[in-house]
Design a protein around this ligand. Structure first.
Ligand code: ADP
Ligand code: MG
Length: 238
């Protein structure tokens, strides 16, 4: 079904081992997957299954021991540090469970951290508007609710206008209703703004809103399926 789709990233035979000898942990073993442009991909798996490790590889934050990660900018595994830094900075947006906002900076300043205003002078305001937080531009993170802080971190990821957003347990620190609202924001980025979004979670129900789901266990992909008609974030319950 994906034959007419454009492959944004093709990862092949990724291996990653942390530590040596008896304490060695095989965080990833022979993981291969393609990421399609404009899809909402959910990566499921319990704690320690290798989800974050995989996401970090796709984002150029960590490098595998073996394998290849072919992107539009080339194979991440063959890049020099400088190229990899440029990829990480320009081509991917990251959203984390813990928001990672800088307390001393306003919402607007946090969002501007990674934006390329030479490419688009309105990048910051647009990003704040997409996630509906523009009226809080002069506030500081501590003055915001968790859900608002996560909106800011999504705006920060969006401001550099990357094709790909990597979201590691984006609702992990939020209450149920707020978590659903954040999932709806991420869904909106795919459906209305053409972004490619990967959401890592251990909540199986979240898979129902995805175009495609990958399930991991012990560093391997153990199951993969597509949803012909994904439900909306609004509709899922867990
Ligand atoms: P998940 O995100 O699914 O919870 P991770 O990718 O964080 O899983 O971790 C996969 C495995 O690799 C776990 O056993 C974890 O302890 C181990 N691991 C991850 N990062 C490191 C690291 N920097 N050093 C040592 N072990 C690590
Ligand atoms: Mg993790």
């Amino acid at each position: 079904m994906n034959e007419d789709k454009h492959v944004l990233i093709s990862a092949k035979s990724l291996d990653k081992t942390y530590g040596i000898g008896e304490s060695a942990v095989h965080a990833l073993s022979s993981v291969s997957l393609d990421i399609y442009e404009g899809e909402l991909l959910v990566i499921l798996g319990s704690s320690g299954s290798g989800k974050s490790t995989l996401l970090n590889m796709l984002g150029g934050v960590d490098t595998p021991d073996g394998g290849s990660i072919v992107t539009e900018k080339g194979d991440l595994c063959a890049m020099r540090d400088k190229e990899l830094t440029a990829y990480r900075r320009n081509d991917v947006g990251f959203v984390f469970q813990s928001f990672n906002l800088i307390a001393e900076l306003t919402v607007r300043e946090n969002t501007a951290m990674t934006a390329d205003v030479s490419k688009d002078p309105d990048a910051v305001e647009k990003a704040l508007e997409i996630v509906g937080i523009q009226q809080k531009g002069d506030s500081y993170p501590t003055q915001l609710s968790g859900g608002e802080q996560q909106r800011v971190s999504i705006a920060r990821a969006l401001a550099k206008d990357p094709k790909l957003l990597l979201c590691d347990e984006p609702t992990g620190a939020l209450d149920y209703e707020t978590g659903k609202q954040i999932l709806a924001e991420l869904e909106n980025l795919v459906r209305e703004h053409g972004k490619t979004v990967i959401i890592v979670t251990h909540t199986k129900e979240v898979g129902k809103m995805a175009d495609r789901v990958i399930r991991m266990r012990s560093g391997r992909i153990i199951e993969e399926w597509e949803n012909e008609d994904p439900v909306t974030a609004e509709e899922i319950e867990w």
